[in-house]
Design a protein around this ligand. Structure first.
Ligand code: NDP
Length: 330
């Protein structure tokens, strides 16, 4: 009989890292369409901070975490693509990956190729599927072509380092921004064509200079409040603004008239709008597995914490002390 008790990290109220508490519970057996999964590693993401703080309000109590990798221990009725013993990884909504074991819907869970470790799987699924849709699905009307300039903020972070490498593999010229000179060097070493320290330099002015006054075709902005105006100024005529996060706070209310001088486009996507079904998720995951297996994209796990150290992990992420991906080991 498979054990079903698990250490889990949950919150009963929104707030700072003090609201993260470790509890032990019985997770039960999988129902129809569900699996019981034993994690080997869990991915940390900035969205976990939004959900903990309440910026993204979800019903409480809440078990955090949207990314993980491990082994299937039991399969419920109707699950046809997974079997007991399969090595798997996932990005999933609703959250709940901060634990040893969980029962979860099988829809977003994918078999992990043998060449990819559990740690790498846990560090790349939410972040890598995000880069997949950002670079390949969420495009300006005429698409992105090799040689095009794009601007990518927070480029030394988890999503950012994957984007630098994947953009290079596609022949794009990715202008990176990051919050220190060391982070800028990291982005350059991972394939960015240019890097700007946006805490010390006017990034919009530098983007203009780099692009010969034209501006970039797409801005990928997950920083939000602090970068919004500079991002709009960095776009070329008919450029696309992709606002996909708010690490510095929510974007202020948008005046549509501000888009008129350059005829700009704006989108505010979420990974699960693209990974909306089993087949869409698998297609995106296959693309990610291929680019990682080929060696064109390396997943940098720069921080590892035990599940019990989750408060320290959140503090480091919020304080901009991390680079690349962070995992919790279980
Ligand atoms: P990161 O590892 O990129 O960490 C966030 C980074 O944001 C920090 O390291 C920091 O880099 C930068 N940042 C800028 N301003 C602040 C601030 N005031 N406080 C804290 N950090 C700041 O995180 P992830 O890789 O997990 O996620 C990156 C972004 O992508 C997040 O905003 C996340 O919400 C978003 N996202 C969106 C998805 C979607 O589909 N919409 C899916 C997945 C992620 P620096 O010091 O270089 O400025």
């Amino acid at each position: 009989m498979v054990t079903t008790t698990s250490k889990c990290v949950q919150i009963s109220r929104n707030g700072g890292t003090e609201v993260l508490e470790l509890v032990t519970r019985d997770v039960g057996q999988p129902g129809a369409g569900e699996i019981l999964l034993r994690h080997h590693a869990v991915g940390l993401n900035f969205i976990d901070v939004y959900q903990r703080s309440g910026l993204y309000a979800l019903p409480l109590p809440l078990q955090l975490g949207m990314e993980g990798a491990g082994v299937v221990e039991a399969v419920g009725d109707g699950v046809t693509h997974l079997q007991t013993g399969d090595r798997v990884a996932y990005a999933s909504n609703p959250p709940g990956s901060y634990c040893e074991r969980r029962v979860m819907p099988a829809t977003h869970v994918c078999k992990l190729p043998d060449s990819i470790s559990f740690d790498t799987g846990a560090a790349m699924m939410l972040k890598g599927l995000t880069v997949q849709y950002l670079l390949k699905q969420c495009l300006p009307a005429e698409g992105l072509q090799a040689g095009d300039f794009v601007l990518f903020h927070a480029a030394a972070g988890g999503v950012g380092l994957i984007a630098c490498q994947w953009a290079k593999a596609l022949g794009l010229q990715l202008i990176a921004t990051a919050g220190s000179d060391e982070k800028c060097q990291l982005a350059l070493a991972n394939g960015a064509s240019h890097a700007i320290n946006y805490r010390t330099e006017d990034f919009a002015a530098k983007v203009k200079a780099i692009t010969g006054g034209q501006g970039v075709k797409v801005v990928y902005d997950s920083v939000g409040k602090d970068t919004w105006e500079g991002s709009i100024a960095s776009l070329r005529r008919f450029g696309l603004m992709v606002s996909f996060g708010n690490a510095s706070g929510p974007v202020p209310p948008l005046s549509l008239a501000a888009l008129a001088p350059k005829g700009l486009y704006v989108t505010r996507p979420s990974v699960f709008v693209y990974a909306h079904s089993r087949s869409a998720t698998q297609a995106m995951a296959d693309d990610l597995f291929n680019v990682v297996s080929s060696g064109k994209v390396n997943i940098h796990i720069a921080q590892r914490y035990a599940l019990e150290q989750v408060r320290t992990a959140h503090e480091a992420l919020e304080a901009r002390q991390t680079t690349g991906s962070t995992i919790l080991t279980v």
